[in-house]
Ligand binder design. Structure first.
Ligand code: ASP
Length: 444
């Protein structure tokens, strides 16, 4: 058994968190390839070290170098070094970073040092080897990842290694300069490592006990879902749910490696397992309740339209040309209803309306604004009809007005439209209905 194990910033934010990480690793020797983030926030007032490095660089580039910022970064690492009694020349390391920045190493280089230093400290603390991803994660001249070259290099450097720390978030360009992924990109490094070493499991340790059934800012202490498929997660992520960096899914999905989301602060919780496919179940289970605010519905009416007119396609092309995404809504004969992101639509409203008038000469166009979408994911043969019935009656009981209902999606049981102002209550009402009926699987 081989595991690639990624720890997020809050899991490695201070010496006490490093200690938790070490006991998690000691519990299971198959946790061999460790991918750390930079130290994250210790509380809501705190800063992520990556943000401090970005700020330090931005000040420097504008001719206002701020030694205080480097001091703050130093204090964060000093606490870890002292707390764990490590032997590390922090002063020397920070001075080298400063000099490299002054010599033109770039913004990505500066940002990557959060992971680099944390990786060096973690490797020393664990007694593991250290692999600098600049030597094994490769980008091309345009900044796009080179997946094959990276896979090969990681395989060569890691196969047969017993315990290795590989910092997340960065790699190198053909010129040797450092390049980072987008924010949160250590998830991607973890997935690339998992694939390269043919891991049996990619563990992603964070500060939540898995993929929560609903947003904890809306529902108090939501339960975590036990198992979810890559596809289900993708659909929920498109609708606003967020746990993992989206690009982290592809490498492991391709290799069929499950991802286990776990909580460093509550390792006893089961967490969520993300798997290539789930057992088909005759019953029904909920895989998530999520959604997004800020939509409006555009209703375009033309009584005399025929399917052969290409009416719908013309309208869709007009929106696409203006880069406005849209979702068709169920609508009556002679009317096309589309859901569009309100802010983006309003910025170009005149141009869209004149385009539609010119091209399809509609009888009327109306707009319904301030809508939100609530998406409910469900698995099982009976999921769609059971969920639909329950959602509708729960919202009716709570006097929440349903504006639209859509059941056409693959892995989402349904998406409903409500007014923006009702969004949070709708999520709570739906959550309570399903949890009361015990459809979800609680982690512990
Ligand atoms: N430290 C980086 C960030 O804050 C990358 C990561 O944590 O995954 O975005």
């Amino acid at each position: 058994m081989r595991k690639a194990v990624k720890f997020g910033g809050s899991s490695l934010a201070c010496a006490a968190q490093f200690q938790k990480v070490r006991s998690i690793l000691r519990e299971d020797p198959s946790r061999r390839y460790i991918i750390p983030s930079a130290p994250g926030r210790r509380d809501s007032q705190d800063f992520k070290v990556t943000d401090l490095f970005y700020r330090y660089y931005d000040h420097w580039v504008h001719g206002r170098e701020d030694p205080d910022l480097l001091g703050q970064i130093g204090t964060r690492y000093q606490e870890i070094i002292r707390g764990l009694s490590l032997d590390f020349d922090l002063k020397g390391a920070l001075e080298e970073i400063r000099q490299n920045i002054q010599a033109g190493a770039g913004r990505d280089y500066a940002a990557s040092r959060g992971e680099y230093l944390n990786g060096r400290l973690l490797a020393q603390y664990l007694g593991f080897a250290f692999l600098d991803p600049a030597e094994a994660v490769f980008f091309d001249e345009t900044g796009a990842l080179r997946p094959e070259a990276t896979d090969l290099a990681l395989k060569q450097r890691l196969t047969g290694c017993v315990g290795t720390v590989i910092p997340g978030f960065y790699g190198s360009l053909p010129s040797g300069r450092i390049k980072t992924f987008s924010r949160g990109g250590s998830d991607i490094t973890g997935a690339l490592v998992a694939k390269a070493v043919s891991a049996d499991l990619y563990e992603n340790w964070t500060d939540v006990s898995g993929f929560l059934l609903a947003d904890p800012r809306i529902v108090e202490n939501p339960v975590a879902i036990g198992t979810i498929t890559y596809q289900e997660l993708h659909e929920l992520a498109c609708m606003g749910a967020c746990v993992l960096h989206e690009d982290a899914i592809f490498p492991v999905k391709e290799a069929g490696i499950p991802i286990h989301i776990k909580n460093t602060n509550r390792p006893q919780d089961l967490g969520t397992l993300i798997v290539p496919s789930a057992e088909p179940k005759p019953s029904c289970s909920i895989t998530g309740i999520t959604g997004k605010k800020g939509y409006c519905a555009l209703n375009i009416r033309k009584a005399s339209q025929k399917a052969s007119d290409g009416f719908d396609q013309t309208v869709l092309d007009i929106l696409e040309a203006r880069d406005i995404p849209c979702e068709p809504l169920p609508s009556g004969a002679g009317t096309l209803s589309l859901l569009v992101p309100q802010e983006r639509y309003l910025k170009q409203e005149h141009s869209v309306l004149s385009g539609i008038h010119r091209s399809v000469q509609p009888d009327s166009i109306s707009l319904e604004s301030d809508l939100a979408l609530v998406a409910i994911g469900g698995r099982g043969n009976r999921a769609k009809s059971l969920i639909a019935g329950n959602v509708i009656s729960a919202l009716e009981d709570a006097n929440i007005h349903i504006r639209t209902i859509n059941q056409g999606m693959e892995d989402l049981a349904m998406v409903i439209g409500v007014y923006d102002r009702d969004f949070e209550s709708a999520v709570r009402v739906i959550y309570n209905r399903f949890i009361r009926q015990d459809w979800a699987h609680a982690p512990s």
